[in-house]
Design a protein around this ligand. Structure first.
Ligand code: FE
Ligand code: FE
Length: 332
């Protein structure tokens, strides 16, 4: 129950009324003037995160005991949240130069808040592993160990690519495009899939994912507005932006992230079948029962969502969606 004396929270930041990530990212049009530091304090810290500031979930949203026992489902969740925790930590560090090179106060404030959001995401993903029973004392080392290949093959190329643009070239708009379109444009659909998969199995896990998804709507939409305004005011920047986006598409083409995702989706599959009674007729998307889906089908759906979201955001920015195609890319 919401205390009626508390001020209403903006619809897109309210836990109960915020849209789903993909709907929000496709339909909302937030900008940096609106999502400034005061907005973040009142609508996010005191709004979205009210009663969920410590763990990312409400204390009434529990972690089921079967996820604390060894098994494929637990293994899938540990891998997923371990990798996501590490990715969010890296995202936090990558955002420091964005704060530094932001051209105006609204952009600087927005990226300062996004930096905090990502640091929070890293913390809640990581600490969820402790809630699952992993020892806190060795947590960071354990995550590093399980993510050695993921860090080297997926994260490091993305770090190098991003820092070259935002830190070395000090190209703020280019950096915004890389973060929102190349990085978060791909990760957001994976986050949506995660929320939908875990919700019927673990209320705590579902809530943690939901909270990060609400933040993500803001990250994607505000970045799109910054870019839209930048190319409106600086049309001569368009060819450079196109170059950056195509280099970003080529970067993903050169990275084999699929094998990491499919590996944990296969573990999820085994675990889901063991716990089929808990899932029942729950639909992962309208008309499809989670229990009837396969690992590659879930992966392909996330890819389809990536394309749909990119199409909507590119249209909003007044950019051709064709800029996100590469000749080698095989679109299913
Ligand atoms: Fe994040
Ligand atoms: Fe984000």
């Amino acid at each position: 129950m919401t205390d009626s004396t508390q001020r209403a929270v903006a619809q897109e930041a309210d836990w109960e009324t915020a849209p789903r990530l993909l709907d929000g990212a496709k339909e909302l049009t937030l900008g940096p003037e609106e999502c400034n530091l005061a907005y973040w304090i009142t609508q996010v810290a005191q709004g979205t995160l009210r009663d969920r500031g410590v763990t990312g979930h409400h204390e009434s949203a529990f972690v089921p005991d079967f996820l604390k026992q060894p098994g494929p489902l637990r293994e899938a969740l540990v891998l997923e949240f371990g990798f996501r925790g590490l990715s969010e930590e890296i995202a936090t560090r990558l955002l420091a130069p964005y704060v530094e090179v932001a051209p105006g106060i609204p952009q600087m404030e927005f990226y300062a808040t996004q930096l905090l959001d990502e640091a929070r995401h890293a913390r809640v993903f990581r600490n969820h592993l402790v809630e699952l029973g992993m020892p806190e004392a060795t947590l960071l080392r354990d995550i590093d160990e399980m993510a050695v290949e993921y860090r080297r093959e997926v994260l490091q190329p993305v770090i190098d690519f991003t820092l070259d643009i935002v830190q070395k070239q000090r190209d703020f708009a280019g950096g915004v495009a890389v973060f929102a379109i190349v990085i978060e444009g791909v990760l957001a659909p994976a986050a949506e899939l995660s929320e939908r998969k875990w919700t019927p199995l673990s209320p705590a896990t579902g809530e943690i994912s939901r909270g990060t998804a609400i933040d993500e709507i803001r990250h994607l939409t505000v970045a799109s507005t910054i870019l839209r305004d930048h190319v409106r005011q600086n049309p001569e920047y368009r060819p450079r932006l196109r170059e950056i986006l195509q280099a970003g598409v080529e970067l993903w083409d050169s990275i084999d992230d699929r094998r990491f995702v499919i590996h944990r989706e296969e573990l999820f599959q085994q675990g889901m079948e063991q716990h089929a009674d808990r899932i029942g007729d729950y639909e992962i998307w309208p008309g499809t029962r989670l229990l009837d889906t396969r690992p590659d089908q879930r992966y392909d759906m996330a890819e389809q969502w990536t394309d749909e979201m990119a199409e909507a955001r590119m249209a909003y920015m007044g950019l051709p969606v064709g800029w996100l195609n590469s000749p080698e890319r095989s679109v299913a």
